[in-house]
Design a protein around this ligand. Structure first.
Ligand code: CP
Length: 292
């Protein structure tokens, strides 16, 4: 039984297969490869992109999807997460897609070996399908030779599961990473660290902007995000006519992470990431449910 807790669970060959399948699905939708398969989505944290993208991906492959809304589930009556999961598994799904605030929830459920577990975002630890779709989007733009490509990750890096998964995955492909953040948002790291965007903007091919993860801050870190934006918002003034491309996993805090005009700029791949997410998740579901 194969799970996807983080992209480290995948061999390089499996990642290549995901990218090949995603590329092929983007050109032409496949037949219903997962007909009569059933997936359950269980999101203990809010989501727009990831949940919808998984559900669209599953349905495009002919699978059925059942969503359990934790706010209306018996976890509210005191049932443990493990018991909730075991009971869902007793209904015979072909996989459970879970988002949770705790870093180790997907691995804990995967270790129960009841059904394939797909991590749709756990704490600040991992968001593997986001990292896969980010890398797929970069490969589409720059080609498959990624060794030496330069990516700056900017924003609330320490609290971001996207940053954590991107760093681990991009490193396997030889991408050179730099981190740009104020001290409270900077993780302990061996990667090059910068305080301002101006220090890196001439040195990178991609800027990956991140939102401040306010829901993970135990107390407010900045009183005023307009002041933060003066240093970390991606604007036309910052980019000028440079050929750097801009990415963001969403949700974007407009004019704090990225200015309105840059979101509409052809250098922004933000909506392309969302489109690619469906094809990458289709390829992930095929790999885990059909090929493994
Ligand atoms: N990128 C991402 O995880 O977005 P959602 O929180 O909307 O799923």
């Amino acid at each position: 039984m194969q799970h996807l807790v983080d992209s480290d669970d995948l061999s390089m060959e499996q990642i290549e297969r995901i990218f090949e399948d995603a590329s092929s699905f983007k050109k032409r939708l496949p037949p219903p490869l997962l007909k009569e398969r059933l997936l359950i989505t269980l999101f203990f944290e809010n989501s727009t992109r990831t949940r919808s993208s998984f559900e669209v991906a599953a349905k495009r492959l002919g699978a059925e999807v059942v969503h359990l809304d934790p706010s209306k589930s018996s976890t509210k009556k005191g049932e443990t997460l493990e018991d909730t999961f075991s009971n869902l598994c007793a209904m015979g799904p072909d996989g459970v897609i879970i988002r949770h605030s705790h870093n180790d929830t997907p691995s804990l459920l995967a270790d129960m070996q009841l059904t394939p577990v797909i991590n749709a975002g756990a704490g600040n630890y991992a968001h593997p399908t986001q990292a896969l779709l980010d890398l797929f989007t970069i490969r589409e733009f720059f080609g498959t030779r990624l060794e030496g490509l330069r990516v700056a990750i900017v924003g609330d890096i320490v609290n971001s599961r996207v940053a954590a998964s991107d760093i681990r995955l991009f490193d396997r492909f030889g991408i050179k990473l730099s981190l740009v953040a104020p001290k409270p948002f900077m993780p302990v790291t061996d990667l090059p660290r910068y305080d301002t965007l101006e220090e890196v903007v001439d040195e990178v091919d991609v800027i990956m902007s991140l939102r401040a993860q306010l829901e993970r801050h135990k107390r407010p870190i900045f009183d005023n995000y307009e002041e933060y934006a003066k240093r970390y918002c991606i604007t036309q003034d910052l980019l000028g006519d440079r050929s750097v491309v801009l990415m963001h996993p969403g949700p974007v805090m407009r004019n704090i992470d990225i200015s309105d005009d840059i979101l509409d700029d052809p250098r922004s791949l933000v909506l392309e990431q969302v489109s690619n997410g469906v094809f990458v998740r289709m390829a992930v579901l095929k790999l885990l449910l059909l090929d493994s």
